[in-house]
Design a protein around this ligand. Structure first.
Ligand SMILES: O=C([O-])CC(=O)C(=O)O
Ligand SMILES: [Mg+2]
Length: 202
């Protein structure tokens, strides 16, 4: 059975615009929570941010990804929970091409990817755990789209907001993001001033 839930809005447009400007390493000075552990990225330097859409797979079945990609919108970050499967790659060239057409901001796979030559050139950065030549098949067993998932030690719900760059991946916590975001912005302003005064740079 495939369970598909609707999108959820957790943050205002202006809050999301503010989140986008913050670096993960600024947040890393302020909290240990909300960061994903031990992910590689297909591209070396970049900055991505977006609203989360989730998908949960089982038993090497890539079928629910079709539905997740139908739900996905430009600027989203697709978070894939393959239920511990690191053997069967669920993300490769053709998934990536679809994501490029949609304009996804990034993809996070708590498992394996394949077709890495394409992924390294793709406009959509992918965070992943491992590389495998063995791929998921369209088995039509079961799956979930836009339900809570646990990926990299962090719980993701639809509507969550993620910032990602070459230093890490961070998910804002809707329970107490306001003071954290305010402090982060002040810290970045302060660092900008310091850069200018001491090093004469912007
Ligand atoms: O089909 C898959 O599971 C992954 C893949 O090879 C592709 O997206 O091209
Ligand atoms: Mg392929």
């Amino acid at each position: 059975m495939l369970t598909v839930k609707k999108r959820v809005q957790k943050y205002t447009e202006s809050e999301k615009e503010t989140f986008k400007t913050i670096s993960t390493s600024t947040i890393g000075h302020l909290t240990d929570f909300g960061f994903l552990k031990n992910f590689h990225c297909t591209v070396p330097v970049f900055k991505a941010a977006g609203e989360v859409i989730t998908v949960k797979l089982s038993n090497g079945d890539g079928w629910p990804l079709n539905s997740a990609l139908e739900q996905a919108e430009a600027g989203d970050i697709l978070v894939i929970d393959p239920s511990g499967n690191e053997t069967h790659a669920c993300w490769g060239e053709f998934r990536a091409r679809k994501a490029e057409q949609i304009g996804l901001a990034a993809v996070i796979v708590d498992g394996a990817v394949t077709d890495t030559a394409h992924l390294q050139r793709s406009a959509v950065p992918v965070f992943y755990k491992s590389i495998s030549a063995r791929t998921t098949k369209s088995l039509k067993l079961e799956g979930e789209v836009n339900t809570p998932v646990s990926v990299g030690g962090v719980v993701f719900e639809p509507g969550d907001y993620v910032i990602a760059d070459q230093d890490g991946i961070y998910k804002f916590n809707s329970l107490h993001y306001k003071p954290l975001v305010e402090t982060a912005i002040q810290k970045e302003k302060m660092e900008q001033g310091k850069r200018k005064i001491i090093y004469g740079k912007q």
